[in-house]
Design a binder for this molecule. Structure first.
Ligand SMILES: Nc1ncnc2c1ncn2[C@@H]1O[C@H](COP(=O)(O)OP(=O)(O)OP(=O)(O)O)[C@@H](O)[C@H]1O
Ligand SMILES: [Mg+2]
Length: 241
């Protein structure tokens, strides 16, 4: 689904330059739930931003289903994101004055889909993430785990093939975090859709439940471990299904 080759991303601030990514080669296939771990400053968020066309590399190519997405102009980037990428962040980023279903509906309404169809889809997704009984609640009336589930439903509303999550469990207790992990796994492993999920996390326990763990250090991939795949497909996922 995604193929990165020889990616370099350097930030320049004042006279100083930081090579956040220093030669990344990576292929991610549909059906994979991938976690990205590594110390602070390793380049994890930078990598996620490039995967989601929120940023551009200085060098190298990023191919999404045979289309080069690494060097699109702003309009094409946002067009690509709208239809191909769902983002989930540590701080949920919900709109405080909107209800749960309205938050989920926003990307689809902005894309010009009618209100009725959009609301139906939003309600369906909130059901999927276990919030069918909270659709009219505003973010301030929801718990952290519930807010993150709303954010997850919103990330899915355009049916994107790529879900990118930066520390999605960072503000949740371990039980709630495990629920979110199980949902992400279910999304990645859904046979009805060609989908991949890439998640940045500092939580090694959470990372160990994913199919594949990429370890970054100083802008390079220093380990790429898929040996846990069988385990990940076993317990937490099956429970949700
Ligand atoms: N917008 C920016 N401008 C300048 N430098 C940046 C910018 N974003 C990140 N960097 C630098 O690039 C390097 C990689 O940052 P990145 O945010 O990708 O790290 P990270 O692995 O996500 O860290 P954390 O675990 O703390 O979130 C860091 O040294 C950081 O200081
Ligand atoms: Mg980060």
């Amino acid at each position: 689904m995604l193929e990165l080759s020889e990616i370099v991303r350097t930030y320049r601030i004042g006279g100083q330059s930081v090579r956040a990514l220093d030669g990344i080669d990576l292929r991610i296939d549909a059906g994979q739930f991938v976690s990205v771990v590594g110390p602070s400053g390793a380049g994890k968020s930078t990598l996620l931003h490039l995967l989601g066309a929120l940023d551009r590399p200085d060098r190298g190519s990023i191919r999404f289903r045979d289309r080069e997405i690494g060097h699109l102009d702003d309009d094409r980037q946002s067009e690509f994101r709208r239809h191909h990428v769902g983002f989930v962040f540590q701080f949920f980023n919900l709109l405080p004055t909107l209800s749960a279903w309205e938050n989920v509906a926003v990307p689809k309404l902005l894309d010009g889909t009618g209100l009725r169809a959009t609301k139906d889809r939003a309600l369906e997704l909130l059901e999927l993430v276990g919030l069918g009984d909270r659709v009219e609640h505003r973010p301030s009336e929801l718990s952290g785990g519930q807010m993150q589930r709303v954010a997850l439903a919103r990330a899915l509303v355009m049916d994107p093939p790529l879900i990118l999550a930066d520390e999605p469990t960072g503000n949740l207790d371990s039980k709630t975090g495990a629920d979110i992990m199980a949902l992400l796994a279910r999304i990645a492993h859904d046979d009805q859709h060609e989908r991949a999920v890439v998640m940045v996390t500092h939580n090694t326990e959470a990372a160990n439940t994913t199919d594949r763990v990429l370890t970054l250090a100083d802008g390079r991939i220093i380990a790429d471990d898929s040996s846990r795949a069988a385990v990940a497909l076993g317990d937490p996922v099956a429970e949700v299904r």
